[in-house]
Design a protein around this ligand. Structure first.
Ligand SMILES: [Zn+2]
Length: 67
């Protein structure tokens, strides 16, 4: 399995949707716990990195978001 890498500012597409129906989250802070913000409703969630990595479907790097 590939190691999932992401940085602050990247957008993550998760396998599981947020209750607001968005599956896109922006990385706010990384570390052993990662803070992400739902792009749909703006709610912030902190998850252990391992838990989050398992639920990431796709990483959309910051540089690609405006392309
Ligand atoms: Zn949401």
């Amino acid at each position: 399995m590939d190691l999932i890498r992401f940085n602050v500012g990247d957008t993550l597409k998760l396998k599981k949707k947020h209750p607001c129906s968005s599956d896109l989250f922006t990385v706010m802070r990384t570390g052993s716990d990662v803070k992400i913000r739902c792009d749909g409703c703006g709610r912030e969630v902190t998850l252990p990195r391992l838990t989050l990595e398992k639920s990431v479907k796709k990483v959309i790097p910051k540089e690609e978001q405006d392309a």
